[in-house]
Design a protein around this ligand. Structure first.
Ligand SMILES: [Zn+2]
Length: 257
């Protein structure tokens, strides 16, 4: 006996996009890169197997030589900047979660870290680095947006449906919408059905015009916290979406051109 196919709801939603003559754009961001690991090897193999380019949100202060070396011939990986050192500077107990890119420190210091971080990434990793900040813990204060544009950044990524494409002129926001990990009480796979549902919810909202139709639906993974069941889910998700005529995976460099 097998249960219901968790991907059926996704197929039905994509069928609706196809009937409407629309293309359901998708993209993939993976967070917390710095060291090489078996998880990162698995991620690179997955992206190559399905031809889906991954935006690897890399922490500048964590970049190890082995990662830089491995990325030299990983053509399916593009690097985004995951903050600076992935350190929380928000006081605990305020219920607002962890923030590296908030105004808990002077803005000049946060911006200096971002610009230094970009230089560190460019110095250590050869090619394929986009001037796009994927915010640690998906938290970033909007007061940083204009200084980021002045510093040469062209994009930002956090979580959930974006309020608008450009929070300030010159900075395109594209978020993650489907995170297959349940974080509370220890990271673990939340299951195929719930993960697919998150993706379908954003796709449906886009199709119906309840969310910005032009924002690609983002799969947001964390290779360090991904278990076997979750890797198998990701493999199946990519196979199913690649096989559907309405779905199109975009590389980050196609989003932030
Ligand atoms: Zn992170």
């Amino acid at each position: 006996m097998t249960g219901p196919d968790p991907f059926d709801q996704l197929d039905r939603e994509l069928d609706a996009w196809l009937s409407a003559g629309l293309t359901a754009t998708l993209w993939w961001r993976d967070d917390d890169a710095g060291e090489m690991s078996s998880g990162l090897d698995r991620l690179i193999a997955l992206s190559e197997r399905h031809g889906v380019v991954c935006g690897l949100a890399t922490v500048p202060a964590w970049v190890a030589d082995a990662l830089a070396e491995r990325l030299k011939d990983a053509t399916s990986i593009e690097v985004l900047q995951h903050g600076y050192a992935h350190v929380n500077h928000a006081p605990r107990g305020q219920g607002l979660g962890a923030w590296e890119l908030g105004l808990h420190r002077p803005l000049e210091i946060v911006m200096a870290e971002l610009t230094n971080g970009r230089e560190m990434l460019c110095a250590k990793i050869s090619g394929g680095i986009l001037p796009v900040v994927a915010a640690p813990w998906n938290h970033i204060d909007p007061a940083l947006f204009e200084p980021m544009v002045e510093a040469g950044f062209v994009g930002v990524s956090a979580a959930d449906a974006r309020p608008k494409p450009y929070p300030v002129p010159g900075l395109l926001q594209v978020n993650g919408h489907c995170d297959p990990i349940k974080w509370k009480g220890g990271a673990r796979f939340k299951g195929a059905e719930k993960s697919v549902r998150d993706m379908v919810e954003h796709l449906t909202a886009r199709r119906l015009g309840e969310a910005d139709r032009t924002e690609p639906t983002g799969l947001l993974t964390h290779h360090r916290d991904t278990d076997g069941a979750c890797w198998r889910f990701l493999d199946a998700l990519m196979a199913r979406t690649r096989a559907h005529g309405a779905a199109q995976w975009l590389a980050p460099s196609e989003i932030w051109t």
